[in-house]
Design a protein around this ligand. Structure first.
Ligand code: 5GP
Ligand code: ZN
Length: 116
């Protein structure tokens, strides 16, 4: 997608602090970290969100999850982390290229969500 921020990061047209890359996925530091460790993991292929995935996207989605611990440990979150995938309007997704946040660090990340 020519006008997609994260596709431009994949293409190297916009710089990023890469921490992991293979043929299918890219991981880089969030520009505005919410925790000491805050990594975004994306499919290199443009997928808009979890609301638009196809059955053939299952392997790349699995790979994103399967790599999460390795990335978290390497970045300084050895005792666990949290994964967040904001989706669509209700999920308050800001960048319309599917991305998985890995947040962590030395200390617990805090409560999940306020209960209603
Ligand atoms: P969302 O709210 O869509 O789940 O998260 C988008 C994330 O992308 C935000 O945490 C934001 O800080 C991050 N972000 C937005 N623009 C850029 C950018 O140009 N580079 C990097 N590395 N992160 C970005
Ligand atoms: Zn994209």
């Amino acid at each position: 997608m020519s006008d997609c921020l994260f596709c431009k990061i994949v293409e190297g047209k916009i710089p990023s602090s890469k921490v992991y890359e293979d043929d299918d996925i890219l991981a880089f530091k969030d520009i505005h970290p919410a925790r000491p460790v805050h990594i975004l993991v994306i499919p290199k292929k443009h997928i808009t969100s979890l609301a638009t995935v196809s059955p053939e996207d299952a392997p790349v989605l699995g790979k994103m999850l399967a790599k999460a611990n390795e990335i978290a440990v390497a970045q300084g979150s050895p005792d666990g982390f949290r994964v967040i995938i904001n989706t669509g309007r209700v999920g308050q997704q800001e960048v319309p290229h599917l991305h998985m946040h890995i947040v962590g660090g030395p200390d617990p990340v805090g409560p999940m969500l306020k209960r209603v």
